[in-house]
Design a binder for this molecule. Structure first.
Ligand code: TRP
Length: 332
């Protein structure tokens, strides 16, 4: 059976972009067609300035939201990365396979480290080695497929390179994974800046709908979304990025396709109102389920405990094999 691995980083509250762009497909499609693991990758949240309490809260919240979004612990494995030591163990071995030049060429590293230096800050070494830890996440489980957005495909390519290199040098140990862009996902852009992705770590929250935003907050953000010059509702990503983003969100929430929906609305205002209601309706059951799960913390803890146990069982044989293959003396 195909094995799938993907992760969410607890660096901010999960957004509508995370849900429509990834998590919904994990819940509706991936967990049913494959042997799937979904991880709250908390070690990755330590690569930039962080507040320990906040990371802890966001990790718990992300795990709870994954379950509220429909990930079913009977169908897939949901766990927190730091609960499974194999990630860090394997990451070190892969650091001995990767080169520093390879790391410095990573686009995300170049962008994030430049931004940090501009602000006069220092760059954590883990920001540079982050893609190696990500490769360890994937290779430890022998994942065939890694459903990620296009900002992560370079990291998955690196995972492939490291798997192939390790196998060539030390004998066949790892499955060579590939990135699989989600088939049905919507590309949700920031409501205030439709040229950039609706990401959870964006500076201001005005253009971002969070999964736990109250209905009135959702409405307000969508009604205040920037639109484009002119008055006609048209789906044209280049000429009308704001309107097209709303059409895309509406289609993803209510069904239909953005082009088809563009003929239905007479004005930008009408489109915004319809989109706001569609998002509120989409989020209602998820928020209800989240509330129930928050009221039952023992259940969530048990799911994560069992998830980590299952993940550990899957990862340990592969990571142990890598230790042997690379030349480390087995303990007696
Ligand atoms: N780097 C990913 C992101 O920023 C998160 C991630 C970490 C991940 N490890 C992973 C995704 C392994 C897929 C597979 O979104």
């Amino acid at each position: 059976m195909t094995r799938i691995f993907s992760g969410v980083k607890p660096t901010g509250h999960l957004t509508l972009g995370n849900y429509l762009g990834a998590v919904r497909q994990w819940a509706e499609v991936d967990q049913h067609r494959a042997d799937a693991l979904f991880s709250v990758v908390d070690l990755h949240a330590l690569t930039v300035d962080h507040d320990p309490g906040r990371v802890r809260r966001l990790s718990k919240q992300a795990a709870t939201l994954l379950l509220a979004s429909g990930l079913d612990p009977e169908a897939c494995t949901v766990f927190v990365q730091s609960h499974v030591d194999e990630h860090a163990r394997l990451s070190y071995l892969l650091e001995c396979v990767a080169t520093d030049g390879e790391m410095r060429r990573m686009i995300q590293y170049k962008e994030k480290s430049a931004r940090e230096r501009e602000r006069g800050g220092s760059v954590r070494l883990s920001l540079l080695t982050y893609p190696v830890l990500m490769a360890a996440d994937i290779l430890a489980y022998g994942a065939d497929e890694v459903p990620v957005g296009d900002d992560q495909t370079q990291h998955v390519e690196l995972s492939r390179d490291l798997a192939v290199r390790f196998n060539q040098r030390y004998g066949r140990t790892f499955v060579v994974p590939r990135a699989t862009p989600p088939a049905v996902a919507a590309r949700v852009m920031d409501l205030q800046d439709p040229a950039s992705k609706m990401g959870k770590s964006h500076d201001s929250g005005a253009g971002i709908v969070y999964l736990l935003d109250e209905p009135d907050v959702v409405r307000k953000k969508i009604l205040r979304a920037v639109t484009d010059s002119g008055t006609e509702v048209e789906y044209d990503r280049e000429a009308k990025p704001g309107v097209s983003n709303l059409l895309e969100i509406l289609a993803a929430c209510a069904g239909g396709n953005p082009e088809g929906l563009s003929g239905v609305y007479e004005s930008y205002g009408a489109l915004k109102r319809a989109t706001a209601e569609a998002v509120v309706e989409l989020l209602a059951p998820l928020q209800k389920r989240h509330k129930e799960l928050v009221a039952d913390p023992a259940y969530v803890e048990e799911v994560l405990r069992r998830g980590a146990e299952r993940a550990r069982e899957m990862a340990k044989p592969t990571v142990d094999a890598a230790y042997r293959a690379i030349g480390l003396l087995p303990p007696t």
